[in-house]
Design a protein around this ligand. Sequence first.
Ligand code: FEO
Length: 404
Amino acid sequence: MKAHAITDRIYALHADIDTADLFEGIWPIPHGVSLNSYLVKGEKVALIDLVRDWAGAPEALEAEIAQAGLFLDKIDYLILNHLEPDHTGWLAEYKRRNPKVEIISTAKGIELVKSFYKITEGLRAVKSGDILDLGGGMVLRFEEAPNVHWPETMVTYEPESGVLFACDAFGGYGKLGDRVFDDQFSAEEHAFFEKESLRYYANIVSSFGLFVKRAVQKLSALDIKVVAPSHGIVWRKNPKEIIERYVKYANYMDGPQEKEICVVWGSMYGNTKKGLDAVIAGIEEEGVPYSIHRVPNEDASFVLADAYKSAGIVVAMPTYEYKMFPPMAYILSLFERKHVWNRKAFRLGSWGWVGGAKKEYDELVAPLKWDSLESEEWAGGPDEAKLEALREKGRELARRVKSA
Ligand code: FEO
């Protein structure tokens, strides 16, 4: 990893995190994630966003700052767009290494600096429209962007170059390696990063879709030439691509979504799966693309990514101890939390001794505003009549998705 010049005075720095740890303690990152920071040189020097002491990130940051001709203790300002510890976990140690650095964030961010890291001096709170003059014609302007990703978040803008330091907005999972700019990656690599940006959005940002839309609207007044997020690719050739992609993601919340179906299923002994196979046959007859995820075998992170973009949802699970198959209850609670709203949906499942899944399911999906077909349940294994009814439900759901 190395420092990449965005201009002759602005550098992109990043640490690739390669770990079995879960992001936020929840989400798997099998392809890693980058923690991006930025160095801005005027007569004074600002570092925008820090790192967590995670998989060698502080060492990578220090080495890249040296490549840009500087040292950690020669930085005058540390700008914290966002206080989540993936960007600030190393703050107490950094402050010890550079005690004269002035830390700049929103008022809420400064409060978090105090509560997380017990730092009480050398703090400056800023608000929308405030500027920091680094001298030599280099000026940074701050814009609050609350809840993209937490309430204290802001973005930083450098008007001369048009670089927007966007923090979590416009970010994605995936290690970058020795390249950081959009024009350095092939179409195939972009397809990979697009998938990982959707998964990142669905996992991390989707609860805040309304705020994403508001922030994009607010930032549209700026002449953005480079989008420099705190995770993932730096967009200098086509910054509009990632901005428009995020708007599309934010709109998935209420629709329109992709004309696809996300099938989520769990089965104890195969009877629900037999019924599901008939539903899938019906979907295939109508030619609607679908993704399929078995829970709990597959992690919720991947289920969410496909569910979040799909106009149709199939939920297949048996009754378990008078209620739903428990892993599905977790998935549905995430759908509620992550705003998987306004879908065409269908539920099916078997029961052995007694039913009970329906009541819990209906309660969990009530806030989701789903347009649902009548559920199908059966005792034990599905008979031929049930299988034909299930096939027709698959066809009907697919037709509804096509016309959505
Ligand atoms: Fe990348 Fe919300 O922190």
